[in-house]
Design a protein around this ligand. Structure first.
Ligand code: DGJ
Length: 743
């Protein structure tokens, strides 16, 4: 059992292979958090924190004159609310009697094998042998509420999941304004927060902020996890880098608005709180009812950020992504969006397929614009009736012609949206999010369907299922192109409107669950104007997510670098697009575009029917290469070898599971004359193995082909001394090297 209760010390210890997490049933039944860090075999760690009498930090009434015992200073497993802890609360609530307090004390706990699940919500899953569950019940007698904290422990992959649920034990209704999924008090140490911020077409750029006394938070009020901030954060010790130092990551398995808060308190303790965005949220709990918070995933590494990322990659790849597409290979796609935008017909798509099929492309994704009233982005969303002027004979005829080329057809939907110019809006104006008497904000000319209404989700299920039943379409791109505003549901009474944002997300998850269950062979790719909803919640339903609407290879280096801290490479939708790039106007070599897209789930997004014979030949080699390397890219351990936000060379590597091989990708972002020879040090190899070093000539720009490095080297040499790369020449050169274990 990875969870141990020590009756004498009243400690509960969660053990994974390389980390330890501990809490203690402290005085008066208060649950104290004692430790989360590198592996410790045994002991009561409560002594790591010392209780002192601190002025203005009061004492619970049952502590009599014990002035050193204060909820305002104690590291708590889940902070109380309104009874003397003045730091960021985990919960905010209004009890039936109007009081706003919760003082939850230990009542019971249960340890069982296997991992709990959360009905209606995405969560990590595991076989009976792979994880254990701890459930702790706390109760606030006066406020009449029960707080249940649940933990899942994955010993082998060093991951712990957490969630909280609040039950109303009173006769009168109560209101929950906030219920964090995760509260973590780090009793000692200075911490920096690494978070991933951005904007449309430039998502998940890393930023590192030293936490100082006071509070710092990141989050989204957009109803989705958002381009602006990602629900994945890292607390890192100052100086912690890729290879060394303490760091802990927290990922929220949720796709709606979120808040990740930190506070360094008066005595230097750091609190991390993560959960549903409380602003605009209020859940009414009738007597006996329970509100279940979504799951958060935690991992700790005392060996730096790379090891931390590996833990999240494994957890998400092996215990979050589900179904047929969990393991590769996945199809190489060609998407027509940047090739044609709205301007296409069956013939045009077939032309693209004809050019793509001989190169080895598996599937053509027909993007936005295939349905009626959709020749620009001003109309059509919601009806999902095929436009037979563009596609004579409909989807079936199109699929047949694509299939005749030896390829499959994929399709784009934006299910959550409606255009005012649509039959759906005309017949169901009450199905959109809008506040009575207030004309709703438009964004990209569209309104948001109210997915909190079951009837709306049933309608969407029928529309999508009909399309998937009527034609062989084994791929769906699930797009979502605006933030939620004017949040008000016609289906809820006034005093329950605060439930709408979360009910929307539950509706979305319910719809995705039905579709993925009923169409198990379909590969669903998530998307929200690129990576506006790139989160662990979506990954439960969509094994890959379009990483960004920015397809510029050089910008993508930063976007994919930031994404890699929390998310596996197989989750990253990445395409080779045309030059000059449509978002930046930059011109990069085809080889470099290929290398960058290979660091993800690979595809193309250009008009292949216009490509030259030379380009097609090049792409055929790219695809062959990718198909050979895909297992290594998906399952190998991913190493960030440089930081593309500051280094002139962006380099990463994928190391085989038995350390038998290593694929190195390097892209030059700056060219300079007569400079130092760029140099990288490899990681994760076997020091005792000798590797043959091979330049993948088909994946190197002309400049990269000048590489004259070692043809053979020991793993120890490659990790201690490294490899030198050619001096840069021309714009944005790149090369790929493959190391293979010598027999
Ligand atoms: C935004 C997506 O990210 C794009 O790839 C494309 O599908 C457009 N929407 C279509 O409207």
């Amino acid at each position: 059992m990875a969870i141990v209760y020590n009756e004498k010390d009243k400690t509960i210890t969660l053990q994974t292979a390389h980390s330890t997490y501990q809490m203690k049933i402290a005085l008066y039944g208060v649950l104290q958090h004692t430790y989360y860090g590198g592996k410790v075999s045994q002991g009561d760690m409560s002594g790591l924190w010392q209780a002192y009498d601190r002025g203005f930090s009061g004492n619970p009434n049952d502590a009599d004159n014990h002035r050193a015992f204060s909820l305002d200073t104690l590291p708590q497993e889940y902070p109380s609310a309104g009874v003397g802890d003045f730091r960021i609360p985990g919960a905010s609530l209004v009890n039936g009697d109007g009081s706003r307090a919760g003082d939850w004390r230990y009542k019971s706990h249960e340890i069982r094998s296997g991992k709990y699940s959360l009905p209606g919500l995405p969560a990590l899953y595991a076989g009976e042998e792979e994880a254990d569950t701890l459930e702790i019940v706390l109760e606030d007698k006066a406020g009449k509420s029960r707080l249940t904290l649940t933990y899942g422990v994955f010993p082998e992959i060093d991951v712990i999941t957490r969630t909280a649920a609040l039950t109303n034990l009173a006769d009168a209704p109560m209101e929950v304004g906030k219920l964090a999924s995760l509260c973590l008090d780090m009793p000692f140490g200075d911490w920096e927060l690494i978070h991933f911020h951005g904007r449309h077409a430039m998502e998940r750029m890393p930023a590192r902020t030293a936490l100082a006394p006071g509070a710092f938070s990141v989050g989204s009020r957009r109803g989705t996890s958002s381009h602006q901030h990602n629900p994945f954060v890292i607390l890192a010790a100052p100086g912690a880098d890729e290879d060394a130092g303490d760091c802990l990551g927290a990922a929220f398995v949720y796709s709606g608005g979120f808040l990740a808060e930190t506070e360094v308190d008066q005595n230097g303790l750091t609190r991390l709180v993560m959960g549903i965005q409380p602003e605009g949220f209020c859940w009414k709990l009738g007597p006996g009812e329970t509100f279940q918070a979504p799951e958060a995933v935690l991992a700790y590494s005392d060996k730096g950020l790379t090891a931390l990322s590996h833990r999240f990659h494994k957890a998400f790849r092996q215990h979050l992504v589900r179904g047929k597409w969990k393991e590769g290979p996945r199809p190489v796609l060609i998407n027509n969006w940047e090739a044609t935008y709205f301007d296409f017909t069956t013939d045009k798509l077939v032309d693209i397929a004809k050019a793509a099929a001989p190169l080895g492309v598996d599937l053509l994704v027909m993007d936005d614009g295939w349905f009626r009233n959709r020749n620009d982005d001003m109309g059509g969303l919601g009806d999902w009736e095929v436009n037979e002027e563009k596609l004579p004979g409909g989807l079936k005829a199109l699929a047949e012609r694509i299939n005749a080329q030896g390829m499959q057809l994929g399709i784009w939907f934006e299910p959550e949206m409606v255009s005012e110019r649509s039959a759906l809006f005309a017949s169901h104006p009450d199905w959109v999010l809008q506040i009575p008497g207030r004309a709703p904000t438009r964004s990209r000319y569209q309104l948001v369907l109210d997915l909190s209404q079951p009837a709306v989700c049933d309608y969407l299920y029928e529309r999508i299922a009909r399309v998937l039943r009527d034609a062989p379409i084994p791929y769906v791109k699930w797009d979502m192109n605006r933030s939620l505003s004017d949040v008000w549901s016609a289906a809820l009474p006034a005093d329950r409107q605060g439930e709408t944002p979360h009910r929307y997300v539950l509706g979305l998850y319910g719809l995705l669950e039905r579709l993925t269950r009923d169409f198990p062979d379909v590969l669903f790719e998530g998307c929200s104007g690129g990576g506006g909803r790139f989160d662990a919640g979506m990954l439960y339903y969509t094994p890959q997510i379009w990483c960004s609407d920015n397809t510029d290879a050089i910008d993508r280096l930063t976007i994919q670098y930031g994404t890699s801290f929390g998310y596996p490479i197989s989750a990253v939708g990445a395409h080779v697009s045309a030059v000059p790039n449509h978002q930046t106007g930059r011109v990069t070599p085809l080889t470099t575009r290929g290398i960058v897209a290979m660091c993800g789930s690979f595809g193309y997004e250009l008009d292949l029917s216009r490509a030259t014979a030379e380009e097609r030949e090049h792409m055929a080699r790219q695809i062959q290469n990718y198909k050979t390397l895909q297992p290594l890219i998906y399952e190998g351990a991913y190493y960030r070898l440089t930081d593309p936000t500051s280094d002139p060379v962006a380099a990463c590597a994928f190391v085989g599971t038995r350390r038998e091989c290593c694929l190195i990708m390097a892209v030059y972002t700056k060219t300079f004359a007569n400079g130092a020879i760029p140099h990288i040090r490899l990681k994760g190899l076997d020091s005792d193995k000798t590797y043959r070093v091979r330049l993948l000539a088909e994946a190197a720009t002309e400049w990269g082909r000048e590489w004259r490095g070692l043809a053979e080297a020991g793993g120890d040499l490659l990790m201690s001394a490294g490899l030198s790369l050619p001096r840069p020449r021309g714009d944005y050169g790149s090369l790929c090297l493959l190391l293979e274990e010598q027999d």
